[in-house]
Design a binder for this molecule. Sequence first.
Ligand code: PLP
Length: 454
Amino acid sequence: MTASFGSDCSYRLYDRALKSLVGGVNSPVRADPRPTPAFVDHGDGAHVVDVDDNRYLDYIMGYGPLLLGHDLPDRVREAITKAVADGPMYGIPTDIEIELAEFVIDHVESVDRLRFVNSGTEATAAAVRLARGYTGRDKIVVMQGGYHGGHESFLVEGTAADRKPSSAGVPKPFADETIPVPFNDETAVREAFERHGSDIAAVLTEPLLGNHGIVHPVEGYHESLRNLCDDYGSLLIFDEVITGFRVGGLECAQGKYDIEPDLTTFAKIIGGGFPVGAIGGRAGIMQAFTPTGEVFESGTFNGHPVTMAAGLETLRFAKKHDVYTHVNELGERIRAGLQDIVEDHAPEYTVAGTDSMFKVLFTRSGSEATTDNCTAGCKQQLDCPRFERCPKTGADVETGETDRWKRTFWPAMAERDVLLTPNQFESQFISYAHTAADIDRTLETYQRVLSQSG
Ligand code: PLP
C-alpha cells in the first residue's frame, strides 16, 4: 500500500470545510466514504494528486467530462486561455457558440437545433418542459434507477402504481406527473401508455443506465420505446449526459444503437471540463423554445465562451486523433481482464460496461455463473449465453453487496492508489491519458483486493 487516502492535510481541510460548506462538500457523493474525502491538489494525465501528495490513478474523471484526462492538449488549453483573456463572457452572442452547435449537428443525426445551458440537470429539466409545452401534456415516463439530475420532476421514486418524491422539499404533485417504470421492461412501459397515453408528453431515458449499474438495453427495447412514443404522439428523449460523445464516439449512443430520439440532452464531455448542458433535436420541436416559441428557457451563462471553446476544441481533438480507438481499446482490455478476475475470485459478480465505461457490479442476481468472456457491452442479445446473468433493471443492480464495496473494497483500492467512484452504482471512466500499463496495474490491484475475503 502506498497511499493513505484522505490523510493529514485532507483531514484538516475537511474539518475546515465542515464550518463553511454543508457537510464539507458541494455535492453529496463527495462526502463518501465518511468520515472524510481526500482533497485534490492537482490533476496529472490519468492521475490526481491529493493535498498530502498521494497520487491516484483516476477512474472518476470528473464523473465523465474529462475524455482527454487531466492535462489538456495545447490547442484546447490555448483556446480556453484566449477565451478567458478576451472576456470571459458577455451575455451577447459569440461565434464559438455557433461552431460548437454546428459540430454537434454535423455528427448527431437526430439534432438540427441546439440550446446550450449550464448543466445536465438544466438540460433535462428544459427538455421535459419543452416536451410538455410542445405536446400540451404533463406526464413523463422515466426509468427506475435512471438519473437525470436534481430537478423536481426526476426526484421521484416507486412504481407506476405507487410513487412519491424521493427528496424532502419536492411537492407531491411532481410525483403525480412522473411515472417510473423498470428499464428494459417493455410490458411496463406499454401498460403506462395504455393507462395514461394521451397525457404522456415524453419518455425520458438514458440509452443505458449509466448511474445505476451499468445496465445495457436489451435487444429491441429502444425500438419499443420509439414505437410507443410514435403511436401515442409522445416524444422520446435520450439523456446522453454521460453517453454523449463517449459511447458510440462522435455519433453518441444513439448512433451506436441506431435509434433516433426526438430530443437529446448533452452535458459533461461537450463542455471539455467546464459547466455545460445542451438540449438538441429537430428544428420543428426545438423552435418551441423562446424566443421562437412559447416554452421559456434562458440563462446568464448559457453558451459561455470559455466552455464553448473548451468543448469545441476537445471534440475537434477527439475527431482528429485516435481518442475513441484508444479509450475503447483500453475499455475492452479492462473488461476482459476483470472478467477473468471475477470468474476466479467472485464468480457471482458481473462485469458491465461498453466503450470507455466499466464497472464490476457486486451483484448476485441471476447468478448462474458462466465462463464465457462477455465484454461486448452490446444490446443484450436474447441468444447470448450470459443473457440471464446480466442485470436488466435498476432493481437487479440494487441486490448487490454495496456494503462490501463501501466498507472494504473501495477503500482498499484507494489505498493502493486506484481511485474509483465511491458509489457502487456509478460508472468508471477511461480517458485518453490512461495507458495499457495503467490498465494492467489496475487489474493487478483488482485481483489482489477481490481475492481478499470480505
Ligand atoms: N443525466 C445524467 C445521465 C447524468 O449522469 C447526470 C449527472 O451525472 C445528469 C443528468 C445531471 O447532470 P449535472 O450533474 O451536470 O447536473
